[in-house]
Design a protein around this ligand. Structure first.
Ligand code: PA5
Length: 470
């Protein structure tokens, strides 16, 4: 039987014993233990309703998974490139899982080694980027997965319009075989268009919002096309869900992480730095940043009081950003919590050879591996931060596999949901983003947005003396 290993959350360096008065005392810790238990209860009571549908995804999608696997197999046989059109929660998860679990130079590999289509995620509407896509794909051999929960996001829908137009011009009625839609069953225009055009469609279930959607077809389908074992991904997520099923901070890792960040926020730590020490996990930090930022950055709480809460998420990459950001983290303001993500066993080992015996300050590296070096650098950075009394904690992955990535995804989603309970806010809405979306509709003259257009028009005009140029 396969031996499944679990990820570990180490928060020693959040505690007073390790970082002095900046850390959490045992009294404060005891208080956190009881407030964590209450937060867990409150969250569990909300499960099964509202936007907590993502909690059931690890175990309630048997038929969906079969359909995904069948469709993915056909795509892998018929196409050389798979392009996701989506943004925010409809793009960051697929990108993070691709980066974590596929070859780090997937698209550059020869087809025989790649064993899956090339993968592109178009999560911006920069016209140059859109144009450049057509220079690297062969339209005949490309399938596009349009992903949008609302079915109406301007960025995704404009990309879709461009692509479908090109496909129709090239292939006529066969254009629809190049599009797969992932969207809400009832809301938005994409579902209507998909039905009219006969696109293969996957449904984003009720109760699953954009940034919590990686474990539904939004993420599972692209992952399956790439050959990732999505059943193991779901198993990992389910194992984490079960590990977090009790309201005991000492045994529930996501609850512990949320409680500690909440405490840190109350002590002025307004920045959360996510710093994986693995290129494969680089985009996990991007995904986390959206999840944490968009979920917790809120103006009002559940009692409609103005609170303006949240913690600014920042992504960093170990060791690369040791040479750009760590100076600030070590000596700058005491306003951050740094979370390292380490890996016990990388997927390969690279030895550093002995080449210049005569230079001891270089040759000391020889005989070691890059694995030892990257691990030592993570420990060294953790040591430096701790010595300088900086709050930090570490998530350790035994290895990077679908099972551990599933765990990590669920860990962060649960941590975010718990943090929202601590802050007493609506974790699952995004009124600030909606405001920008509506303003865009108004600026582009969408029907029904005249009032918003007037509001924009009547904003104070710019003072030219504050604009400086040559
Ligand atoms: O988390 C969210 O809800 C957002 O970030 C959305 O994912 C993003 O705005 C894209 O929305 P949609 O999937 O509706 O196109």
């Amino acid at each position: 039987m396969q031996n499944f290993k679990t990820i570990r959350f180490d928060y020693n360096n959040m505690m007073l014993d390790y970082i002095g008065e900046e850390g959490i005392s045992s009294n404060e810790y005891d208080k956190l233990v009881s407030s964590a238990s209450a937060a867990h209860e409150k969250f569990m009571q909300s499960c099964g309703s509202g936007m907590t549908g993502w909690m059931s995804l690890p175990y309630n999608q048997e038929d969906v998974v079969s359909d995904i696997l069948k469709t993915a197999k056909e795509i892998r046989q018929d196409f050389d490139a798979f392009v996701v059109l989506g943004i925010g929660g409809s793009a960051l998860g697929p990108m993070a899982v691709f980066q974590a679990l596929c070859h780090l130079r997937h698209n550059d590999l020869q087809k025989s080694k790649r064993k899956a289509p090339k993968f592109y995620v178009e999560d911006n509407i920069d016209p140059e980027r859109m144009n450049s896509l057509f220079d690297v794909i062969d339209l005949k051999k490309t399938v596009f997965n349009v992903i949008t929960k609302s079915g109406s996001t301007s960025e995704t829908m404009s990309q879709f319009l461009i692509i479908i137009d090109v496909l129709k011009k090239a292939f006529g009625s066969d254009a629809s075989s190049h599009i797969i839609a992932t969207t809400d069953e009832k809301n938005g225009n994409l579902i209507k268009i998909a039905k009219d055009e006969g696109f293969k469609t996957f449904i984003i279930p009720d109760g699953v919002g954009g940034r919590f959607s990686e474990l539904c077809p939004v993420g599972l389908f692209p992952a399956a096309v790439l050959g990732i074992d999505i059943k193991l991904l779901l198993k990992g997520a389910n194992d984490m869900r079960l590990a977090c099923s009790k309201g005991e901070l000492r045994t529930n890792p996501a609850l512990a992480a949320a409680a500690l960040q909440y405490y840190a926020m109350s002590r002025g730590k307004s920045i959360s730095v996510m710093m994986p020490y693995a290129d494969s996990l680089k985009l996990m930090a991007d995904w986390y940043c959206q999840l944490w930022g968009e979920s917790l950055g809120k103006a009002t709480d559940n009692l409609a009081q103005t609170v303006n809460v949240g913690q600014t998420p920042v992504k960093a990459l170990g060791v690369t950003d040791q040479h750009s950001q760590v100076q600030l983290y070590t000596e700058g303001p005491f306003d951050k919590v740094v979370t390292f993500i380490g890996v016990d066993k990388y997927r390969c080992e690279v030895e550093i050879p002995l080449v210049y015996d005569q230079y001891p300050s270089v040759s000391f590296l020889s005989g070691h591996t890059l694995n030892e070096l990257i691990t030592a650098e993570m420990i060294a950075t953790e040591f430096a931060l701790t010595k300088n009394k900086r709050m930090n904690n570490t998530i350790m992955l035994p290895d990077v596999t679908p099972h551990t990535i599933g765990q990590l995804l669920m860990f962060f989603m649960l941590e975010t949901a718990y943090a929202g309970v601590f802050l007493n806010i609506n974790t699952f809405d995004q009124p600030g983003v909606e405001e920008g979306k509506n303003a865009t509709y108004a600026l582009l003259g969408r029907n029904g947005y005249a009032e918003k257009a007037n509001e924009i028009k009547s904003r104070p005009s710019k003072n030219q003396s504050f604009i400086v140029g040559l």
